[in-house]
Design a protein around this ligand. Sequence first.
Ligand SMILES: [Zn+2]
Length: 112
Amino acid sequence: MLPMPQAARANPMIFIARILRFLFWVLIVSWSVSLLRRIVNSMGGAATGRQQPIDVPSDAVSRKLVRDPVCGMHLAEGLAIAEHSGGEPVFFCSEECRNKFMVEPRKFAANA
Ligand SMILES: [Zn+2]
């Protein structure tokens, strides 16, 4: 006689059904644990803001268009030469335009 559990000897189908039920629960538990871990990870990532960094504001500033009062050209603020004239910031495309403005600020002030 083979050494088998009492239940299996009595009815092998019940023994197999118990193993299957056990494997089924192991599968369910492992699946729910991995799902919970995924939820916790996604929540943690959102809380710290590591996964979705907020757009850098300085980038938006450099993309803002300004007008050169001397030649009337539009250019990105980040690329322009900034100068202060009467408390107001004035932007130029080049040193040449800036120099023209500095010689006669009143002439170009109306264009700003
Ligand atoms: Zn210019």
